[in-house]
Design a binder for this molecule. Structure first.
Ligand SMILES: [Zn+2]
Length: 226
């Protein structure tokens, strides 16, 4: 078993802590299970359901570094309230998933093949390790980006906490893509900016965050866009 979360990215450690705490507040007793996985541990898991007994649980071979667990950016949770580690008839894992997402984690329950409800990961590099592989080649190079020798553990932790807070902020910042989505109080400003050609948007739409909308409206009321 590979259950040493301390081998993982510092921000993931911080978010794992938060997930356990936030879930506990809602009576969901979460334990962090699998986290960092070595190549040989991943190979063993890949064999399960293929050359050894059990169900297939992963599509990732160890040698190809294609599990996020091998990059130290993923962990799995287990249920720890005595009802069974994977007991889910009451939707327990979806409740935990929603809390994890609110904290800024990507949740494996949103995936389709396979659906992986106990799984959480940092969203920064996409859902698969393709980008990590391209950028760093292997996990040791990637680790250098978060293991900074001249920083104390508490300094690293402080940075990880700040990054985790920023992620929550980004997650909560609503984005409006259509004029019909913009709240009443912001609509005249957005219409005015579109009329004067100051606001074009992209193929996704307006892409105006709630924060930006507030700034634009304040500027408009101050007479900036005459
Ligand atoms: Zn996992």
């Amino acid at each position: 078993m590979s259950r040493n979360i301390k081998l993982c990215h510092p921000r993931l450690q911080e978010l794992a802590d938060r997930l356990v705490r936030e879930c506990a507040k809602q009576g969901l007793i979460v334990k962090i299970g699998e986290s960092f996985r070595s190549s040989s541990e991943q190979d063993k898991l890949y064999a399960q359901g293929r050359t050894t007994s059990g169900n297939i649980v992963t599509n990732a071979r160890g040698s190809s570094y294609s599990s996020m667990h091998q990059w130290g950016v993923a962990f799995d949770v287990i249920r720890n309230d005595g009802r069974g580690a994977y007991y889910d008839n009451d939707g327990w894992f979806s409740k935990v998933g929603a809390i994890g997402k609110r904290l800024g984690l990507e949740w494996g329950g949103d995936w389709t093949s396979p659906v992986d409800k106990p799984h959480f990961q940092l969203p920064d590099w996409g859902s698969t390790p393709a980008r990590l592989k391209r950028l760093y080649g292997n996990v040791n190079n990637f680790k250098k980006t978060w293991e900074v020798d001249d920083m104390t553990e508490s300094e690293v932790r402080k940075i990880a906490q700040k990054e985790a807070n920023d992620m929550v902020y980004r997650y909560r910042d609503k984005v409006y893509n259509k004029i019909s989505e913009v709240p009443e109080w912001g609509r005249p400003t957005i219409e005015k900016l579109m009329d004067i050609g100051a606001l074009i948007g992209s193929d996704k739409g307006l892409e105006i965050s709630e924060t930006l909308l507030r700034v634009l409206v304040i500027n408009d009321r101050a007479g900036v866009y005459k």
